[in-house]
Every structure is written in C-alpha cells, then in structure tokens.
Ligand binder design. Sequence first.
Ligand SMILES: [Zn+2]
Length: 212
Amino acid sequence: MIHCIRPFIGADSNMYLLTGDTNILIDTGTGVAQGQLVDAIQSVIGPDGKLDKILLTHCHFDHIGGAPYLESAFGCSVYAGYGDAVAIRNGDHNYTLSHHFGVDIPPIPVEDLRDGDIIDNGEHRLRVIETPGHTMGGVCFYDEISSSLFSGDTVFADGYGRTDFNGGSLESLRKSIRRLSIMRIEGLYPGHGRPVSDGSESIRRALDMVGG
Ligand SMILES: [Zn+2]
C-alpha cells in the first residue's frame, strides 16, 4: 500500500511509505521535523515495525535531509541514483543545496542505483528509471504492479522541475520526460504538490511545456 506523508514544514518534499513484505520510504523531507516523521512512519508500520529501505529520488536537501536520522533510528539502508549518490556520500552542499536551506548536510552512506534496478517488497515492484535533468543523477521509481510513478522533482501534477541548479539541464530533462511519456502511468506521486490518478496526462502536459 502507498501511504503519502505530506510535508511537515513548507520546505519538505512529499514522502511516500510503501508497505509490503518490507517497508520502503521514498524521500525523507528535510528532517527538520524528524520526530513527527518517525511518528508518521510508526503510525503505519507500528511502534516495533521496521523501516527497511530509503530510496532517494535525487540529492536535494529537501528530499534527503531526514535520511541520517531515519538511518540511525531504524538501521535501514539508503539508496540513490549513482549520479547523485556521490554528492550525498560527500555531504556536498553545492549539489545537495543544503546551504541554501541553512544546513550543513552530513555525509550519508548511500548505495548506488542504476537504470533497470528492481526493488521488490512483494506488494510493489519498483523499477529504477534514470531521469537526469533536474539533477545529474535523479531517478524516478516506476511501480510495475500499480503502474504508478514516483517522480521526485522531474514531473509534477502541473509542471516539471527547475533545471537551473548545479547539475541541471533542460535538454536532459526534455529527454527524460519524453522517455516517461511513452509509459502507461496511472498514479503520479511527485516530490511536491498533489498526487494525481492520471499520471500520463500530467506527463504529456509537462512534455508540451518543455517543448516536446
Ligand atoms: Zn529537487
């Protein structure tokens, strides 16, 4: 089941908890409200439940800031697309934008994900899709069971992610969105704003906006 955890503070990304044989969290928000985040997770998986994996859509602080706390609280492993994982492992404030949020991000030990990797928890079968553009190494997660896409800041319900940060590229983003546009996507679960049930329609609109 997909549980949406909405931002606790304005800067947080959306967070999605996917339950099954193992429990997976996609993105962590800033971690500023880390107590509330743990409470929200435990309200779903129970006080003794285990969070097994954290998957990060990309390296920006508003998506990864909660990872160090959750990693020590739950002992879970953390994963990110290999192109962004270096910046996360190094605590690189230029690429993670942590200074932009007034924070020194600690180095986070993350494991690399590559295009086509599968993370399966019995109820969800997530396929990694590399979608550079918003960042160099951003990824989306496509759930082959529910035909849902966890799109990070690549595509939103009504728009697409900025490309003017370090490592961003409009041309790369256009290619990434074009690639998503040929997939059948029902639920779209973006990094910010509301999820929608006709993801393919949002992606078609985003493709128009970036000039096809
Ligand atoms: Zn971002």
